[in-house]
Design a protein around this ligand. Structure first.
Ligand code: PAF
Length: 298
């Protein structure tokens, strides 16, 4: 596995690969890799001829009070995991390489960036869109792989590629979980063992709420209340949001349509650690009741 630190070298590598007819896959990360990331690299290596993974803790997606300085970094750990997962190139740019002229030009992704997670982190999605655009311009990928764990981010990146005519195919891959259901995240490192155990409430609540919807409940307020009630069982969990939304655009209708797909989204703080998680649910189509048909004389 090659390590590249400069944008021009990476671009040249990618152009060479594509001129030889190879499909270039790209996995952008902020490092401190775990099985969630390696599952993206493995998927990329199955679908593409070469895989580039980036390690860059992007300053523009952190607010001043957030954990940019303390965000975990471990190059050797990341190098070994990426290599094992079949990565061809590790792109490790410095801040100067990614932002050589400071941060004067940035991208704004509109409404999608300021709802739900964006209400709590208003700077976040514009920072993500800006750095993902820069990374795409450096890696020139055919396909890019993102985890479903950052659900709203995956929608933002899809709009970015579509609206900016980037032509990069965005592949969203399933969440990888610990055995107790906790979604893998680099920030889980901040949790104590007890908190890690308690944090399983997020996935349990999502699964219970999925079953609630599957039992025929389509009213959004009822669904949200059910999800909140489940989460409130854990004392000390600060719920930023726990909501159901349309999985395509994060709209929040009064009632979800039969056959539509809902995403249940949670953002919550446990101790000092902010956790996010989500689950997709198909709203059932109510079966036509033959007796009703008879009674109504149809
Ligand atoms: O999901 C992440 O790790 C980051 O938001 C990303 C996409 C690498 C941009 O910095």
């Amino acid at each position: 596995m090659k390590v590249i630190r400069s944008v021009s070298e990476l671009r040249q590598y990618s152009i060479e690969q594509q001129s030889n007819g190879r499909v270039v896959g790209f996995v952008p990360t902020m490092g401190y890799l775990h099985e969630g990331h390696t599952s993206l690299i493995t998927r990329a290596s199955v679908e593409c001829d070469v895989v580039i993974t980036s390690l860059f803790v992007n300053p523009t997606q952190f607010a001043p009070h957030e954990d940019f300085d303390s965000y975990p970094r471990d190059f050797e750990h990341d190098y070994n995991l990426a290599k094992k997962a079949d990565c061809d190139v590790l792109f490790v740019p410095s801040r100067e390489e990614m932002y050589p002229y400071g941060e004067s030009t940035s991208l704004s992704v509109g409404d999608l960036a300021y709802k739900i997670e964006g209400k709590f982190r208003p700077h976040f999605f514009d920072g993500v869109a800006t750095v993902v655009a820069k990374l795409f311009n450096a890696a020139l990928p055919n396909k890019a792989f993102f985890g479903q764990k950052d659900y709203q981010q995956s929608l933002v990146v899809k709009s970015l590629s579509r609206d900016m005519l980037m032509g990069v195919e965005i592949v969203v891959c399933p969440i990888v979980r610990e055995t107790n259901g906790l979604a893998m995240s680099s920030r889980n490192k901040y949790l104590t063992d007890e908190q890690k155990d308690n944090a399983k409430i997020l996935f349990k609540s999502l699964v219970a709420t999925k079953e609630y919807i599957e039992s025929g409940i389509r009213n959004r307020k009822k669904i949200n209340a059910y999800l909140h009630d489940m989460l409130r069982r854990l004392d000390g969990l600060k719920i930023d949001y726990a909501i159901a939304a349309d999985s395509n655009n994060l709209d929040e209708p009064n009632d979800f349509e039969e056959g539509s797909q809902v995403v249940l989204l949670i953002g919550a703080v446990l101790g000092k650690t902010r956790l996010i998680d989500n689950l997709l649910v198909k709203v059932p189509i109510e079966k036509f009741n033959e007796d009703d048909r008879f009674e109504e004389g149809l």
